[in-house]
Design a protein around this ligand. Structure first.
Ligand SMILES: [Cu+2]
Length: 127
């Protein structure tokens, strides 16, 4: 009974969200990033995420994971400072130390005006 109620509630909320979204809001989407998804280049001093909507800063964030290193496979969380960018649609990740050569993944969580958290990720390689 509890499961049915929860499922019903979830569907109802999802339905409401879809209606509200269509009417007034869209969910935040990652429009572009620097470095770009699947790109390879020098170690970035900053990683910028550009969304299509203003973010609610206190509920939005991101983490950086090193997914591979030449010669080894080792997911490792990299320390970053997350801050708002020049405008409310931008999130900036600043690694606390230079990123060594390897593969990286950014997992982001974005909340805009309709308060529903949206998550996504992208990857890049440092030469
Ligand atoms: Cu929503």
């Amino acid at each position: 009974m509890k499961t049915i109620n929860n499922a019903y509630l979830r569907n109802t909320i999802a339905g409401l969200c879809a209606m509200v979204s269509a009417a007034a809001f869209a969910h935040p989407k990652l429009v572009s990033s620097t470095p770009a998804d699947q790109s390879t280049g020098a170690a970035p001093a900053k990683i910028e995420l550009h969304f299509n909507e203003d973010l609610v800063t206190q509920f939005s964030g991101a983490k950086l994971t090193m997914t591979s290193m030449p010669g080894m496979d080792m997911p490792m969380k990299m320390p970053v400072k997350v801050s708002p960018g020049d405008d409310a649609k931008t999130m900036v990740l600043t690694p606390t130390s230079p990123l060594p050569a390897g593969g990286y993944r950014v997992d982001w969580r974005a909340v805009s005006s309709d308060t529903h958290p949206i998550t996504g990720n992208f990857s890049f390689t440092v030469k």
